[in-house]
Design a protein around this ligand. Structure first.
Ligand code: 1WB
Ligand code: MN
Length: 391
């Protein structure tokens, strides 16, 4: 057993014995320059030299391709009233008079600015996914073709940088049987790592039996579906139209959490017991609600409002879901998530380019967890859930 006096670099400011006993590490915000509040004050911080070697796999990292961006510019200009148009118009149809927006450039870049950002921040790998709303606002034929094209591009960039990129396959729920075929090609031929779905499609959710071929394929292929946000569906859009609430501040999380609860309450996981769903933004708060979900779902079942299910919502959530920390850099929320779900079920993410890399790294570097837990959060869980080859 080593202690700080044995460390040849002489900069190890932590008591190894307390780590080995399983106690928490210091929560002081070493790399965040004091931005992250201390959860466990009084503990010594880790020093930078001890952290730079981590295998950091970021699991909700967005990209696009020019053809999808061009399609979304068409969506931005077509008649329509969906809440997503606020974001789609801002990013894909910016007026020349608008202040320049780095986002579209960063989404389309894979091998230049992105790799430099990863290098500068010690980020080993991006698990890439076609950014929201993906292909889900196109007609079925366009969506199917663009999903295939995006998956081909993704596989090509991964083959050029197999240690830096992994990827989630897009598919077009508008044509469920063709989607299932593409999911199979993505895993078996392109060797992608799972699937990305940007929540609802035409205001319909995965509990709808028309989508069962997709769930069946995901389960059979052992591919986790990352249920990523888009703006709330038409039926619940109105209260989100003001104050910027359509977006990542609130609307996105409500959309995805609603999707997750629909799936659990519908009994879809009785039909597909091995289906894995990943949700970001620290679980979109669903696991904060587990006690109440269990209590009230049982009441709903008793009065005949909800179907009888084999398990409770909390049992489904712990069996069928994992969460990521994307864009939710609170040590208190992380601590709660680990206690509620187990450290095996929490994965690290940045949400590049929508959120900056440096604070996301600082957040996890300084998280009040043991070294073994930090390895799980940073890469071990991602390797297991998304079939990424360990280093
Ligand atoms: C933003 C965030 C936009 C996310 C997104 O577009 C996604 C944003 C698809 O902050 O503007 C996200 O995943 O949190
Ligand atoms: Mn995201």
């Amino acid at each position: 057993m080593k202690d700080k006096h044995d460390n040849p670099s002489g900069n190890l400011a932590i008591d190894r014995r307390s780590i080995l006993k399983g106690s928490v590490l210091g929560g002081s915000a070493l790399l965040a320059g004091g931005l992250v509040p201390e959860l466990f004050p009084g503990e010594a911080p880790l020093m930078a030299a001890d952290l730079k070697g981590f295998r950091r796999i970021a699991t909700e990292e967005a990209f696009s391709i020019p053809e999808v961006a061009a399609g979304l510019k068409g969506v931005a200009r077509a008649p329509g009233n969906s809440l997503d148009l606020i974001l789609v118009q801002r990013i894909y149809d910016a007026k020349p008079s608008d202040p320049p927006l780095a986002l579209l450039r960063q989404l389309l870049d894979l091998e230049d600015e992105r790799l430099r950002d990863m290098d500068a921040n010690g980020v080993t790998m991006h698990l890439l996914s076609l950014t929201a709303p993906g292909v889900q606002m196109f007609d079925a034929d366009t969506a199917t073709a663009l999903a295939e094209l995006a998956n081909d591009r993704l596989a090509a960039v991964i083959s050029r940088h197999p240690t830096r990129f992994a990827g989630l396959a897009a598919f077009a729920p508008q044509a469920p049987n063709r989607a299932a075929k593409e999911m199979e090609r993505a895993i078996k031929t392109l060797k992608l790592n799972g699937f990305i779905l940007n929540s609802h499609t035409n205001s319909e959710y995965l509990d709808n039996p028309k989508y069962f071929p997709i769930l069946e394929a995901a389960e059979a292929l052992d591919g986790c579906i990352y249920l990523h946000p888009r703006a709330p569906s038409d039926g619940m859009a109105v209260p989100f139209r003001e104050y910027g609430m359509d977006s990542a501040e609130w609307g996105y999380g409500i959309e995805v959490s609603t999707h997750a609860v629909r799936m659990m309450a519908s009994g879809v996981f009785d039909r597909f017991p091995k289906l894995k769903i990943c949700i970001g933004h620290m679980g979109e708060a669903v696991h904060f609600w587990l006690w109440r979900l269990d209590y009230m779902n049982k009441a709903a079942q008793t009065r005949g409002a909800a179907p009888k299910t084999q398990l409770t919502p909390s049992e489904y959530f712990k069996r069928n879901f994992v969460i990521t920390t994307s864009g939710q850099e609170s040590h208190l929320a992380l601590d709660f998530s680990i206690k509620q779900l187990g450290v095996d079920n929490v994965l690290w993410a940045i949400d590049y380019p929508y959120q900056p890399s440096a604070p996301a790294v600082a957040f996890m570097d300084s998280a009040p967890v043991s070294p073994a837990e930090r390895e799980q959060l940073y890469h071990g869980n991602a390797e297991r859930v998304f079939h990424i080859k360990p280093a």
